[in-house]
Design a protein around this ligand. Structure first.
Ligand code: ADP
Ligand code: MG
Length: 237
């Protein structure tokens, strides 16, 4: 393993059984993500992007193969280590924001610090500072319903970042945003990347991937294929 690798997957597989049918959602993925890299994973719907991201996040367990994070295999971590990995080293943003509707923006962000060792008394100001950083300093007391889609996604981003993770995993974060808010989010990601954050952006928006990421890989039927290559088995004319 290269010393610069933050995450490395080896023959990573996740199969689902649906009755007699086996769905190979992730089917032998070998992928290295370098510290500080901005990687984008593209592919059509059903190609396995979310499954791969959930595996990287430690939210799902591989059927085969493995994932090493800074040289340590996720499957061999103790429950405590895995919880710590999820709580402090990884930040995740989803398409559907997943905010708690009856909490304010600030409280939603504070929740992310619940499972960390940040002192309770420090949590409100850390949440407020991160929201301010993302341009929501005047929206701390707003509930999700009183925020625009773009603002809700920035609250979700603040929630992912407030614990200062090493790596941000984003699953179609612009899927529910209009063009203006997509551009705003892309600009924020670029800024965070320039400050050293490792980012994995999953999107079906090729244009967004191309202009945001340093490296774009494409998934096809659970496999990672080079962005420029035709799907396995196809011959280019
Ligand atoms: P993407 O995010 O690229 O749209 P997914 O990772 O969500 O793709 O899904 C990949 C494949 O795995 C799809 O065929 C999907 O139907 C299947 N799949 C995903 N989750 C499950 C599940 N919990 N049970 C069975 N099949 C699933
Ligand atoms: Mg998906």
């Amino acid at each position: 393993m290269d010393s610069g690798d933050l995450i490395r997957t080896t023959d990573l597989c996740r199969y689902y059984r649906r009755g007699p049918q086996e769905v190979r959602a992730v089917d032998g993925v070998n992928l290295s993500i370098t510290k500080g890299e901005f990687l984008s994973i593209v592919g059509s719907s059903g190609s396995g992007k979310s499954t791969l991201l959930n595996l990287l996040a430690g939210l799902d367990t591989p059927t085969g193969g493995g994932i090493d994070v800074a040289g340590e295999r996720i499957g061999q971590m103790s429950r405590w280590q895995l919880a710590d990995y999820r709580a402090t080293r990884i930040g995740i943003v989803f398409q559907s924001f997943n905010l708690v509707s009856h909490y304010t923006a600030q409280k939603n962000v504070e929740l992310a610090l619940y499972f960390t060792d940040v002192a309770r008394s420090d949590r409100p100001k850390m949440a407020a500072a991160m929201l301010d950083r993302l341009g929501l300093g005047d929206r701390l007391d707003h509930r999700p319903a009183d925020l625009s889609g773009g603002e809700q996604q920035r609250v979700a981003l603040a929630r992912a970042l407030v614990k200062r993770p090493e790596i941000l995993l984003a699953d179609e974060p612009t899927g529910n945003l209009d063009q203006t808010n997509t551009e705003q989010l892309a600009a924020l990601l670029a800024e965070l990347h320039s400050e050293g954050l490792t980012i994995v952006l999953v999107t079906h928006d090729l244009a967004l991937a191309d202009r945001s990421a340093q490296r774009v890989v494409r998934m096809h039927y659970g496999r990672v294929v080079d962005g420029e290559m035709p799907p396995t088995g196809e011959v280019r004319p």
